[in-house]
Design a protein. Structure first.
Length: 69
């Protein structure tokens, strides 16, 4: 049995070029989604790093204040 006959939508496409174009379209959507997810993750990590740096600076200041007493 032919692979295109198993998938109704792909069976309607006339040429191999159209099938490949359809597959590349989904590939581009997947790659775009992956880049968006990766970008959001990196931005979240940058935000957490900044928050931790502020917290460390605050804790260092508190420690210095306690040592000065």
């Amino acid at each position: 049995m032919h692979l295109l006959a198993q998938v109704p939508f792909l069976a309607q496409l006339a040429t191999r070029e159209e099938v490949l174009q359809h597959q590349y379209e989904f590939l581009s959507y997947g790659l775009t989604a992956a880049w968006v997810i990766l970008s959001v993750y990196v931005l979240m990590m940058v935000g957490r790093e900044r928050k931790l740096k502020r917290e460390i600076a605050s804790l260092k200041a508190m420690l210095e204040e306690k040592r000065g007493e």
